[in-house]
Unconditional design. Structure first.
Lengths: 77, 382, 352
């Protein structure tokens, strides 16, 4: 459930809000549920609220995990 | 779109699919329940079933808050909207749910009830500010992902001193639902529903963390892999579940590490704990009465509780007798097992909850899976 | 100093187009209505037919087959990035005629106005219609106006009807698709729907997406000149590409296989859909067409479409197949296959 998408934080605005940018679509959302967000971060957005900061290192690790499987294949064969 | 497109790469999908095919033991079947409606949607939308071997089967769980909300509560919302001077604010998902006599929020709107679709709970607060002479009711639904935004709305209304804003709270809890399924006689005693593991919800877990699932893996000896929202996440999670089954493990693993921490979002959890408390029991459509599975607003915020401000009658509206949603939501039956699937009950004329929401098992199967069934000669049972 | 009671001959006070509103009198057939028609509609649409000020327009008959089409426009909001209900109503009927391969010749326009509707907005809409008709070189030669009481309408409803001529040898119809044929679209999908949705209250997102509303008859004329064997043309308006393909599949009793990776969709449209939980396949387009042609003609047709400004993003998106169930299937970029069904009800933004 719960449609949420990772969006780029473009700028912080008044009252604990921020403008996020998803491929050119800009929306103002609330940062009240998260902490220490700076422009350049990515956040998971659900119904106008950021739920969590996305960890870019973990994202890279996950993508590597998907691909690692195939390189492991190559090692084995 | 960064962090979205990379997680949908077709080439990687083929590679993970090859691994799944290689590692799935041909002598057994694997049955995994994806609890979250968003995962059901992703599986359907990207055609993931085509990439799985025949002995790996996905069972759609009750993780669709739209599907599990009893008709009686939707009817209450309609009655509220029809009350003079009330503006009912609702997420888009709820507007087309049919209640009795073909009624729905959308139909009530057409008949003159003031109903406004909102994207965010914050929009409902704004509407209350802009309409001080009217009573604004926010129809709050959703699992743990959507609950913090409702908590914020209530606190914001309090800070603004609004006297005309209240929330009709229908928030439900994931762990209780999973428990209920695992404890149902069909699963626990009769072994009628072979459930080998769970794909844990993505965004619920962002809020509650991965820790709450440890109870299930220990108590019921079923592995849980929390998966991100994108199709590669789901495929990877299926692979991780297969690996656990093959090695006899029953642990909680987190595939969605880029957003889910073991403890989750503490700040959000604290906000929710401040505003809400557990209901002793709550009716779930298809599952019956489930103890400690839903939230109500604490008495300290009673001024923002629709159920305190208005008289909400407890309506128990039964589902159509031929409707198999109850069994389908628990994974006991499949959409194609329901007599009225695709004939009386279609997305245009949904009879049961599983057909109403685009994430319900029946709607997903109707929209995406139907043609597969017609092309298969025989559908093998395990 | 003017004499009391003196009626200045030939003088009528001009319509207050800046601050005035539509009144019941404007629809009652009297002087007020005549004034509205003359000062607003006739002035804007200005052509030899309207200048005659008859209740009807008389034009010479065509030889060959004629095409007629009508469309009512009830869009909200009335004004959106890239267009308004006025330009939409002109383009919509021109396109319906063009989808038969016909050259649109004349338009008629009927207006139902709600009492209290600002004349400034009406002028804006009418001027937009006039502009659209002039650019398309299809005059609005006759029309009608009625006024309804406040509360009975949504500001303004427009109905446009058009007539056109089908060239010799052209037989384009939705039942003509055959297995082996190729499916093309003339450009990016979902632009109009997203542009309109961004204007709806409570959705407030910022985007540079504009409606794609456009008259397609020029593009169609070039297409049929090069490929007279085009089987089907249709514009995917309400319900989007998916609904229109299903209609054609049903009428032709065929199946279809489209390829997700070949669908032209702007990044921002894709992003807006992700935000709101919508599917671009079901979102309205107002300046695009679907063409189905025999496989051996497709490269030529694609080239011709891409050479036209309204077809520069044209793409081959799939093919017609045998299928007794008439399913429209899609190969996802992920590698799986899914059915692309009819739209059921209105697509609403979702949170789940």
């Amino acid at each position: 459930m719960c449609l949420a998408i990772p969006a780029y934080v473009e700028q912080l605005t008044a009252d604990n809000h921020a403008i996020v940018n998803l491929s050119g679509i800009r929306k103002e959302i609330s940062l009240i549920l998260v902490e220490d967000i700076t422009p350049g971060d990515y956040v998971i957005v659900h119904v106008g609220f950021a739920l969590q900061k996305l960890d870019p290192l973990e994202a890279e690790r996950t993508l590597a995990m998907f691909a690692e499987i195939s390189s492991r294949d190559q090692d084995l064969s | 779109m960064k962090y979205i497109d990379e997680f949908r790469a077709g080439v990687l999908a083929q590679q993970i699919a090859a691994k799944i095919a290689a590692e799935a033991d041909p002598c057994r079947h694997y049955h995994f329940m994806e609890f979250c409606g968003g995962h059901t949607h992703a599986i359907s939308r990207f055609g993931i079933v085509d990439l799985l071997p025949g002995n790996v089967r996905m069972i759609h769980g009750p993780g669709c808050p739209v599907c599990v909300l009893p008709i009686g509560r939707v009817q209450n919302a309609i009655q509220l909207a029809q009350t003079p001077d009330v503006i009912l604010c609702s997420y888009g998902d709820m507007l087309r749910i049919p209640t009795t006599h073909g009624m729905s929020l959308l139909k009530a709107k057409a008949q003159g009830a003031e109903i406004r679709m909102v994207y965010s709970s914050a929009d409902a607060v704004k509407i209350a500010q802009q309409n001080p002479q009217r009573q604004v009711v926010f129809f709050a639904i959703g699992f743990e992902t959507t609950t913090p935004p409702t908590a914020i709305a209530i606190k914001q209304a309090q800070a603004l001193g609004l006297k005309n804003f209240s929330v009709f709270c229908n928030h439900v809890l994931t762990p209780s639902a999973i428990s209920h399924i695992l404890q149902s006689p069909e699963v626990r005693e009769f072994g009628l529903v072979p459930l080998d593991g769970f794909i844990g919800p993505a965004h619920v877990s962002v809020v509650i963390g991965s820790q709450p699932y440890e109870y299930f893996s220990e108590e019921f000896q079923k592995p849980v892999v929390i998966a991100g929202f994108e199709p590669l996440d789901v495929m990877q999670a299926i692979l991780m579940l297969i690996r656990q089954i093959n090695t006899g493990r029953a642990e909680v693993e987190n595939e969605f590490t880029r957003a889910v921490l073991p403890a989750g979002n503490i700040k959000a959890q604290a906000l929710v704990a401040d505003v809400f408390e557990l209901r002793r029991t709550f009716e779930w459509r298809g599952l019956g009465w489930v103890p400690y599975s839903a939230l109500k607003i604490k008495s300290r915020y009673a001024g923002f509780d629709t159920e305190q401000r208005f008289t909400i009658s407890a309506l128990s509206i039964a589902d159509n007798k031929a409707c198999e949603c109850s069994a389908i939501l628990r994974g006991v039956k499949r959409p194609q097992d329901c007599k009225i699937f695709g004939t009386v009950c279609t997305p245009e004329n949904p009879v049961g909850s599983c057909m109403v929401s685009s994430e319900g098992a029946c709607a997903a199967h109707y929209r995406y899976g139907r043609f597969r069934e017609k092309n298969d000669a025989v559908i093998k049972e395990n | 100093m003017s004499q009391k009671g003196f009626v200045k001959s030939g003088y009528t006070r001009a319509l207050d187009l800046k601050n005035g509103c539509v009144e019941m009198a404007h629809g009652s057939g009297g002087r007020a209505m005549a004034q509205l028609i003359q000062q607003l509609f006739v002035t804007a649409f200005d052509n030899e037919f309207l200048r005659q000020m008859n209740d009807q327009a008389c034009f010479p008959s065509f030889s060959g087959r004629m095409v007629m089409s009508t469309d009512s426009h009830v869009v909200t909001p009335l004004f959106f990035p890239g267009g308004d209900i006025g330009s939409l109503s002109v383009h919509g009927t021109i396109n319906d005629i063009a989808m038969a391969g016909a050259k649109p010749c004349y338009l008629a326009a009927g207006f139902i106005l709600e009492e209290g509707f600002p004349l400034a907005d009406l002028k804006r809409i009418v001027d937009s219609m006039a502009q659209a008709a002039r650019s398309a070189q299809v005059p609005i030669i006759t029309g009608d106006t009625k006024v309804v009481e406040k509360g009975s309408g949504d500001g303004v409803f427009i109905t446009t009807t058009g007539v056109g001529m089908v060239p010799e040898g052209i037989h384009i119809s939705a039942e003509n698709a055959r297995p082996g044929d190729k499916i093309l679209v003339s450009g990016t999908l979902g632009d109009h729907g997203v542009a309109v949705m961004a204007q709806r209250e409570n959705l407030s997102f910022e985007t540079s997406i504009e409606s794609d509303t456009a008259a397609l008859h020029g593009l169609v004329a070039q297409m049929i000149a090069v490929t007279p064997n085009i089987r089907v043309l249709r514009d995917p308006t309400r319900g989007g590409l998916a609904t229109t393909l299903n209609e054609i599949a049903q009428q032709s009793s065929v199946g279809m296989m489209i390829h997700e990776s070949s669908l032209p969709i702007q990044e921002q449209v894709q992003a807006a859909c992700e935000f709101l939980g919508l599917d671009p396949l079901y979102i309205a387009n107002e300046g695009k067409l679907i063409a189905i042609c025999p496989a051996h003609d497709v490269e030529n047709l694609l080239r011709t479409m891409r050479a036209h400004p309204l077809g520069k993003n044209a793409a081959i998106i799939g093919e017609i197949i045998e299928d007794s169930h008439c399913f429209v299937q899609m190969q996802t970029s992920f590698g799986g296959t899914r059915v692309v069904d009819w739209l059921s009800g209105e697509q609403l933004p979702r949170i789940c």
